[in-house]
Write a protein that binds this ligand. Structure first.
Ligand code: GLN
Length: 198
């Protein structure tokens, strides 16, 4: 499986390292030809408005939106979650997303006082072990569509969700040494989705 990391802005290097630790050899994606060469993609944390604007400039916005709509497995962390969401609250004017994931997210939802924080939370992958979650000006999910599974919450707010070939977390597992979420994406989301397509 060829896994790409969208490398327009954000914490690309950290996702590359996490994927390598999971045994895949990731490539960076900055142009349409590079997107066409990957089977699955990671959208990093960063700034969702900047990433969307750069995607337009690099001619990637429509091709990426279309690949997602046609079943390409994608994992988005933080800004990546926002970019996968069908609907955003507290969006910048005219902010666009690639969409595909039937959720509504609120940007910067945790507010100024808790701009950034870390917490040990459950991640519903069958293991009972908590996961260290790093939140940086993170969104939370305010609405999930009927086919969306909630995998983690903070208080009542969903912060990790999955729907078919799409996985998104409000937090940044790429900033920790725990690669469970990347492994989950590869083994439980991307592999089964790609097998279905073949
Ligand atoms: N608040 C950022 C945004 O709206 C996301 C922050 C992050 O990815 N750490 O894009």
């Amino acid at each position: 499986m060829k896994v790409g990391v969208l490398a327009l802005q954000g914490d690309v290097r950290e996702h590359i390292s996490a994927l390598i630790a999971c045994g895949v050899t990731p490539t960076t994606v900055r142009r349409a030809s590079e997107l066409a060469a990957v089977d699955a993609l990671v959208l990093p944390g960063g700034e969702s408005t900047t990433i969307a604007q750069l995607a337009e400039i690099f001619g990637l916005f429509e091709p990426l939106k279309s690949r997602i709509a046609h079943g390409m497995p994608v994992y988005g962390s933080c800004a990546g979650m926002i970019l996968l969401a069908d609907e955003i609250l507290d969006a910048k004017e005219d902010q666009k997303t690639f969409g595909g994931l039937d959720i509504t997210v609120r940007r910067n939802a945790f507010g100024r006082q808790v701009d950034s924080f870390e917490s040990d939370i459950e991640f519903d992958d069958g293991s009972k072990e908590l996961i260290r979650a790093v939140f940086i000006r993170a969104p939370w999910v305010e609405r999930v569509g009927k086919d969306v599974e909630v995998l983690s919450r903070v208080d009542t707010h969903p912060v990790a969700v999955r729907s078919g070939h799409l996985l998104a977390t409000s937090f940044h597992p790429e900033l920790t040494a725990d690669h469970r979420i990347h492994r989950y994406f590869i083994d439980e989301v991307a592999k089964p989705a790609l097998q279905k397509v073949q």
